[in-house]
Design a binder for this molecule. Structure first.
Ligand code: SF4
Length: 584
């Protein structure tokens, strides 16, 4: 590392005692770079084995990487914690200004433990942490209002980020998220509920440190090269123009888009919610994470009349992307854009992971349709596919539960189906609700084996689409490819670049870039470190009770056509058996 680089500073905060200290952890950053690598090691150090995720001693860890603030698309912060949703490794990444603010405040990582007696938020600047009373912000219906109050109250110099939770986090819904800069999220696995359990409403962090590089001339040349690669890439141009929502049309035509709780993998009425059509009729503007020339974040304007004056309209910006259109659109049978945007907006207000919420809503609908639950279980709400108003009521009732059934739903479909039945169509993998890719067996092996059970862990869906549709690939070959890709992605999330830039940042380029920040590691060494980080994550999971043998697989994946035909149990089981020897 470069001498005196503040990246190696770790800020430890104790919410119980309202104290903090800063330690130099060069040892961790020199070994694991930053981001996910350092956060995994800190999690192993700080999280007591078998702890209740909501116990005060359960830690929250944020970490950024050496490229943060120095190179394009290095926008992500890794958050690690024990997940209240899956019971083992909790990990989510967010962009916005989260990473640059932590780095500019003079830290590479932050560890938060303890529990406050009253709601608070943290104000973090260089060398200083203040514990602020957030009693008046607790219980607000819309989490964005709390963020506005923090923004106005806290002055903060330099680059600033604001993290906050909504009502779902306060109520400990195990899939509650943490929002940063309104449109970016630590989305998956329940970080928001951990904030809630600690009475932590939010964090404001800001700073204006400088970043040193070892050779300014070489740095400028490499920066320009990466910038040009990002702006000239056709894929990045698509992400800028239409966003990830561009994939809706192609996945629907390929029979790969989950519809109505995956009873179908395609829907005839898709046109109005394709990325292209939403951009044409509803797009208001695009925004970008800090240091990103791509700007893939798309906002639509939702225009609605006020209840008491039909000629007076309120206009709300609503962020949409592929996952949101899948989870709160096709998965629940909604293909009318305005209705879908309204549902997305409510999910944003309460502060939950949209993918989990969409899968929970679709599972509830099927349970209701099959008469396995009644209106009483739903607090008097009658629900059917495509009923956006009904879903809006359900979102509020799941995140502030009004019946035992809805309370069970606030811990996810794996938990609710273990009490009420319907396991065969409870679409979660490793207890994490599925992403919108019914692409074939590699996608599902990817969900099952990924350390955080996310489509982003290893991109199994891409093996389906690029290889399995055309050629014979054995389950063992699929698993080998998944594990290799996951090791590479550990490096990307440790230097904390956006995964959309994975086609740009190969390990050779990463080696060149980190050299200018004082790290001397070639591509082979980086790959070895990636493998080690991946195994450490599995070490944590297994320590907390995860086992491949205990994975539950809903029958539904074998019943619904996908682009490779139909998935067989033999393929999935052979892949899992083989993986056991490698990671169990
Ligand atoms: S590509 Fe999108 S998500 Fe990635 S850094 Fe840029 S704006 Fe953020």
């Amino acid at each position: 590392m470069i001498e005196n680089d503040t990246l190696s500073k770790v800020l430890y905060i104790d919410l119980t005692k309202k104290k903090f200290q800063i330690k130099d952890r060069k040892d961790l950053f020199e070994k694991y770079l930053g981001g996910t690598g350092v956060a995994t090691q800190l999690l192993l150090e700080e999280c007591p084995k078998g702890i209740d995720p909501f116990a005060p001693e359960s830690p929250i860890i944020f970490a950024v990487g050496p490229l943060t603030g120095a190179f394009p698309l290095a926008s992500k912060t890794s958050a690690m914690f024990k997940s209240p949703h899956t019971g083992d490794l909790g990990e989510s990444h967010a962009g916005g200004r989260s990473a640059i603010a932590i780095r500019m405040a003079g830290y590479g990582a932050i560890v938060i433990k303890g529990k406050s007696e009253i709601p608070i938020y943290l104000s973090i600047t260089s060398g200083k942490v203040q514990f602020k009373n957030a009693t008046t912000l607790w219980g607000m219906k819309d989490g964005s209002i709390a963020a506005k109050v923090m923004r106005q109250t806290e002055k903060g110099e330099g680059l600033r980020a604001i993290f906050r939770i909504g009502q779902a986090g306060e109520n400990l819904a195990t899939f509650a998220n943490v929002t940063t800069e309104t449109y970016r999220h630590f989305g998956r696995m329940g970080l928001g509920a951990i904030f809630g359990s600690k009475m932590l409403k939010g964090i404001v962090i800001s700073g204006k440190q400088a970043i040193e590089v070892s050779n300014k001339k070489e740095y400028r040349a490499l920066y320009d090269k990466i910038y040009d690669m990002a702006t000239e890439s056709p894929l990045m141009k698509k992400y800028h123009d239409v966003g990830t929502a561009i994939n809706i049309k192609s996945l629907n035509s390929a029979n790969a888009l989950p519809v109505k709780n995956l009873q179908q993998s395609s829907i005839d009425t898709i046109e109005a919610v394709t990325g292209e059509e939403i951009a044409k009729h509803h797009l208001a503007r695009r925004v970008a994470c800090a240091h990103c020339p791509v700007a893939c974040i798309h906002l639509a304007y939702l225009r609605e009349p006020y209840d008491d004056d039909p000629y007076f309209y309120k206009t709300t910006p609503v962020c949409y992307d592929f996952e949101l259109i899948y989870a709160l659109g096709t998965m629940v049978g909604i293909t009318e854009p305005k209705a879908m945007l309204k549902l997305i907006d409510i999910v944003e207000q309460v502060g939950v992971d949209a993918m989990s919420m969409g899968v929970i809503l679709s599972w509830i609908t099927e349970m209701f349709e099959k008469n396995l639950i009644t209106k009483d279980d739903l607090n008097g709400i009658s629900i059917s596919w495509g009923d956006a108003e009904g879903y809006i009521k359900l979102v509020k009732n799941v995140t502030k539960p009004t019946t035992d059934f809805l309370k069970a739903c606030s811990s996810g479909v794996s938990h609710a189906s273990s009490i009420y039945g319907g396991k065969e169509f409870a679409m979660s993998f490793g207890k994490n609700e599925m992403a919108g890719y019914h692409t074939g067996p590699a996608g599902y092996l990817g969900f099952l084996l990924g350390a955080r059970h996310s489509h982003l862990d290893n991109g199994g869906y891409s093996i389906d689409q690029k290889e399995l549709v055309n050629t014979e690939v054995t389950p063992k070959e699929v698993v080998d490819k998944l594990l290799e890709e996951e090791a590479i992605r550990q490096i990307l999330s440790s230097i904390a670049v956006c995964f959309f830039a994975r086609g740009i940042y190969d390990l050779k380029l990463v080696s060149e870039a980190i050299k200018l920040l004082g790290f001397d590691m070639d591509d082979k060494k980086l790959f070895e470190i990636g493998k080690q980080i991946h195994l450490k994550k599995y070490q944590f999971k297994i320590r907390e009770g995860f086992s491949i043998d205990k994975l539950e697989i809903p029958e539904r994946i074998y019943e619904t056509n996908d682009p490779t035909g139909k998935i067989t149990k033999e393929f999935i089981n052979e892949g899992l058996d083989y993986a056991k020897n490698l990671i169990n």
